[in-house]
Write a protein that binds this ligand. Structure first.
Ligand code: UGA
Length: 437
C-alpha cells in the first residue's frame, strides 16, 4: 500500500520504517528539514536500538523516503498522523497544535476512500472533531483512531509485533470500511494472531490514556510502598517479588526507584486529568494527582538520601551521577528523574558530574549548566558518593571492588534497586537503596 506518515519524531520515524519493512511504499513527511535530511541518510535524530539499520535497509530497498513537502501525501491511500502532543506550557492539558496542523495539512490532498489513521496520544473527543475537518475537505475520506503502545528502547519490535491493535471507528463496527484497510496495512502481524479490537473513537482514545495511567499508577503504588518500607525498615524489592507472584498483580512495572519520567507517562496522566475536568468527571481521576505527587516525591527523596550518605551536607561533595536518560536504551531526557535529581543536587551545593552512554547531548541542551562527562571512569574518579539513577547495563554490571579503587569515598545510592546490596557492602561500600533497609 502507499502510505504517508506525517510527523517523523520518535513515533513517526519508527512507524514509517516499520511500515516499509512490512512491504509498504512509505513517504515520511515532517516540517523540520534537518530531521528529514538525517532520516533520508538512514539516521534517526534520536537513539533507538536497531532503528538506523532498519532505516538504511528500507531506504535502500526504495520503499521509504522522507520529505518536507506535504503534497507528497497525494496518491497515498493511508495517512498516519504521528506528531507529538506535548503538555501545554503552564497547564496540564495536551497541546494539540501539531495534530491540528497535520490534519489541516493533509486534508487538501485526500481522495475519496483515503484513510487517515491517528496514532498520536490525544484527549478523548479529538478524533470526532478531526473527522469533521477531514470531511469538510473530502467527504468520502475516513478517519480511524489507532493508538500506539510502543516503548522507547523497544520501539521497532513493539511496532512490528505489537501486543494488540486498537481501531477506533465512528460506529465502532467491524464492518466499517476503515477496518479492512487497516487490516491490509497490518496483514503480517495480524496473521501471527495479534489481537485486534474494534471500538468507537472515544473508547480507542481512552484505551491509550487509560493504559498509561494504569502503568503510572502501578509504579507509584510500589513507590508508595517504598515510602512505607523506608519508615519501617522493610525491603520493597522483596515485597514486590512476593506480591508480583500473584498473577492478578503480576511482577512487571513494580520496580520501586526514583520513579517514572519520559515524554509519555507524566504528561499523559496530567492531560487525562485536565480532560476529565473539562468533561465534568474530574473526581474520577483525582487519584492521578496522588500518582504524580508520589512520583515527584521520589526525586526529592534521592536528594535527601544523598545528603544523608554524605554525612549531612551536600556542600562541596563530589557526586557521580550514573544515568541521564529517563530509562536505559534511550537518549530521551524529557522529564528524566535522573537529571531532575542531578540538577537539584547541584542547586544544593554538590559538585555533580553526570554520565550516560547516549543521552549527554540531549542533557546538555536541557541542563546546560550541569557538568557532563562521557567517560564512566572519569565520572567516578574521586567521587564522594555514586548515584545510579538510570539502570543501563554497564552500571548494573559495575564491579564493586574495581569501582572502589576509583572513588574518594565508597558510598553508593542505587536509585533503581538493581544492585546487590550484600555484594557492595561486602566490598566495603556504604550502600543505600530506595525503600530498602
Ligand atoms: C510508555 C508505555 O510503557 C508505552 O506502552 C507507551 O506506548 C508509551 O509510554 C507512550 O505513550 O508512547 P515509555 O515512555 O517508553 O513507554 O517508557 P516505560 O518503559 O513505560 O517507562 C516509563 C518510566 O517508568 C521510565 O522512567 C522507567 O524508568 C519508569 N519505570 C518503569 C519505573 O520506575 N518502574 C518500573 O517498574 C517500570
Amino acid at each position: 500500500m502507499r502510505i504517508s506518515v506525517i510527523g517523523c519524531g520518535y513515533l513517526g520515524a519508527v512507524h514509517a520504517a516499520c511500515m516499509a519493512k512490512l512491504g509498504h511504499d512509505v513517504t515520511g513527511i515532517d516540517v523540520d528539514p534537518a530531521k528529514v535530511s538525517e532520516l533520508s541518510n538512514g539516521h534517526a535524530t534520536f537513539y533507538e536500538p536497531v532503528l538506523d539499520e532498519l532505516l538504511s535497509e528500507v531506504e535502500e530497498s526504495g520503499r521509504l523516503r522522507f520529505t518536507t513537502d506535504m503534497s507528497a501525501a497525494k496518491n497515498c491511500q493511508v495517512h498516519f498522523i504521528c506528531v507529538g502532543t506535548p503538555q501545554k506550557r503552564g497547564e496540564n492539558g495536551a497541546d494539540l497544535r501539531f495534530v491540528d496542523a497535520a490534519v489541516d495539512g493533509v486534508a487538501p490532498y485526500l481522495d475519496p476512500g483515503d484513510l487517515v489513521a491517528g496514532k498520536s496520544t490525544v484527549p478523548v473527543g479529538t478524533a470526532a472533531r478531526l473527522e469533521e475537518i477531514i470531511h469538510a475537505s473530502e467527504p468520502d475520506a475516513m478517519l480511524v483512531w489507532n493508538p500506539e503502545f510502543l516503548r522507547e528502547g523497544h520501539a521497532v519490535s513493539d511496532t512490528l509485533n505489537p501486543n494488540r491493535f486498537v481501531y477506533g471507528v465512528p460506529d465502532g463496527s467491524e464492518d466499517h470500511p476503515a477496518v479492512a484497510i487497516l487490516d491490509s496495512v497490518y496483514e503480517e502481524p495480524l496473521a501471527k494472531g495479534m489481537p485486534r479490537l474494534v471500538m468507537d473513537y472515544a473508547t480507542a482514545e481512552l484505551v491509550k490514556t487509560a493504559a498509561n495511567s494504569f502503568l503510572a499508577t502501578k509504579i507509584s503504588f510500589i513507590n508508595a510502598m517504598a515510602e512505607v518500607c523506608e519508615a519501617t525498615g522493610a525491603d520493597v524489592t522483596r515485597l514486590a517479588d512476593a506480591i508480583g507472584i500473584d498473577d492478578r498483580i503480576g511482577p512487571k512495572f513494580l520496580n520501586a526507584g526514583i520513579g517514572f519520567g519520559g515524554g509519555c507517562l507524566p504528561k499523559d496522566i496530567r492531560a487525562f486529568m485536565a480532560r476529565a475536568g473539562e468533561l465534568g468527571a474530574d473526581q474520577a481521576l483525582t487519584f492521578l494527582r496522588e500518582v504524580d505527587a508520589i512520583n515527584m516525591r521520589r526525586r526529592t527523596r534521592v536528594v535527601e538520601l544523598t545528603r544523608q550518605l554524605c554525612g549531612g551536607t551536600l556542600l562541596g561533595q563530589r557526586i557521580a551521577v550514573l544515568g541521564a536518560a529517563f530509562k536505559p536504551e534511550s537518549d530521551d531526557v524529557r522529564d528524566s528523574p535522573a537529571l531532575s535529581a542531578a540538577a537539584q543536587l547541584q542547586l544544593q551545593g554538590a559538585t555533580v558530574t553526570v554520565t550516560d552512554p547516549q543521552a549527554l547531548p540531549n542533557a546538555a541542551k536541557r541542563f546546560p549548566e550541569l557538568p557532563l562527562e562521557p567517560d564512566l571512569e572519569a565520572t567516578l574518579a574521586k567521587a564522594d558518593a555514586v548515584l545510579l539513577l538510570t539502570e543501563w547495563k554497564i552500571y548494573r554490571d559495575l564491579d564493586p571492588h574495581e569501582t572502589l579503587a576509583l572513588v574518594a569515598s565508597p558510598r553508593i545510592l542505587d536509585g533503581r534497586n538493581v544492585l546487590d546490596p550484600a555484594k557492595w557492602r561486602a566490598a566495603g561500600w556504604t550502600f543505600k537503596g530506595l525503600g530498602r533497609p
